[in-house]
Design a protein around this ligand. Structure first.
Ligand SMILES: [Zn+2]
Length: 334
């Protein structure tokens, strides 16, 4: 009877430890001071509450009372809104550490480490059809995408592990476990969106999720309500970088709308013991998106851009010299 309570306490302590003694994930950091320390030029448009930080390596845009930031043209959802008061603009310390830093100063594999094997988890399957729009079932299209991606990844020199290769039901928890057992270096979960509620005509585009950082809510939780018992995992930096490179490559390669890098506590992400990302590759309820989902040529394009994103991630984390920070060069970040 004690076990669930014990587990909860352990997770809570783990979450607090990650934040540091007495620390809060929301501790505000002055963005203008951070910009100065990291050699960014700051421009604040008070009228629209928009702060742009730029230098020769990167451009970051933040909006007052808003969680949506833009980093080098890619939308990235922060854990907490940026605020403006006392003649300054403030960001949470956890966003500096877990959102900005992994992108501006990407993590690296240990010397000689390589990304060789990709695990693909085609969403749903068997008794679980996923989203359904008319006769179209999400589970069929995630499988088609996984099989197309398998071919393309092999051509690009990767080994591939499939969580499912037929219309079968595989438990969510089994998917990251299988990826680990088969020696995969990364886990990529493949899904499609659908939304038929109010405002559905504007619901379109690409989202890529990574696990929420410690003690924060998911992007799609409307209330700004941290979940203090959730600890993130030891791949927080890799998870976010992987999602960012995938989102960047997919939006570039497919020309679909950029709905941003988002955070969630999805079981597959939370239980992965390797870096993991979760792609929502468009809305089955939007006719432009649906064309690329149901159509083989559209799927090939989406698969190609996912391969491009994985290659971009691989290049970054396999880089050798600390001085060469990214493919374009990046500033140091504290
Ligand atoms: Zn799904």
């Amino acid at each position: 009877m004690l076990r669930p309570f014990f587990l909860l306490v352990c997770l809570f302590v783990a979450g607090q430890t990650t934040l540091g003694a007495g620390g809060s994930s929301r501790n505000p950091v002055s963005l203008t001071r951070w910009a100065e320390e990291n050699r960014f030029k700051a421009a604040f448009k008070a009228g629209i509450g928009e702060l742009t930080l730029s230098n020769r390596w990167a451009t970051l845009t933040f909006k007052r009372d808003n969680k949506r930031a833009v980093i080098d043209g890619v939308a990235v959802w922060l854990a907490f809104p940026v605020t403006a008061h006392d003649d300054d603009v403030w960001i949470s310390s956890i966003d500096v550490e877990k959102t900005l830093r992994p992108i501006l100063k990407p993590p690296r594999l240990e010397t000689g480490g390589q990304i060789r094997t990709i695990a693909l988890s085609a969403g749903h399957g068997g008794k679980d059809a996923g989203k359904q729009v008319g006769d179209h079932r999400e589970k069929d299209y995630t499988l088609k995408l996984a099989l197309e991606l398998e071919q393309q990844l092999k051509r690009a020199g990767f080994k591939v592990v499939l969580a499912r290769s037929t219309d079968q039901f595989v438990e969510l928890a089994e998917r990251p476990a299988l990826a680990k057992r088969k020696g995969a270096d990364l886990l990529v979960c493949l899904h499609y969106n659908a939304y038929a509620g109010p405002g559905s005509e504007t619901a379109r585009g690409i989202e890529t999720y990574s696990l929420s950082p410690p003690a924060t809510s998911a992007t799609n939780d409307n209330e700004n309500n941290p979940w203090p018992w959730l600890p993130g995992n030891r791949f927080d930096a890799e998870n976010l970088l992987l999602a960012y490179k995938l989102q960047q490559a997919i939006v570039d390669g497919t020309d679909r709308e950029d709905r941003g890098v988002r955070r969630a506590h999805f079981l597959e992400l939370a239980q992965a013991s390797i870096p993991a990302a979760y792609i929502e590759g468009g809305f089955m309820t939007n006719s432009d998106d649906a064309n690329t989902i149901y159509d083989a040529a559209g799927r090939q394009r989406l698969a190609q851009s996912i391969v491009d994103g994985l290659l971009a991630y691989k290049r970054l984390v396999e880089r050798r010299k600390p001085e060469v920070v990214t493919d374009t060069g990046r500033p140091p970040v504290p």
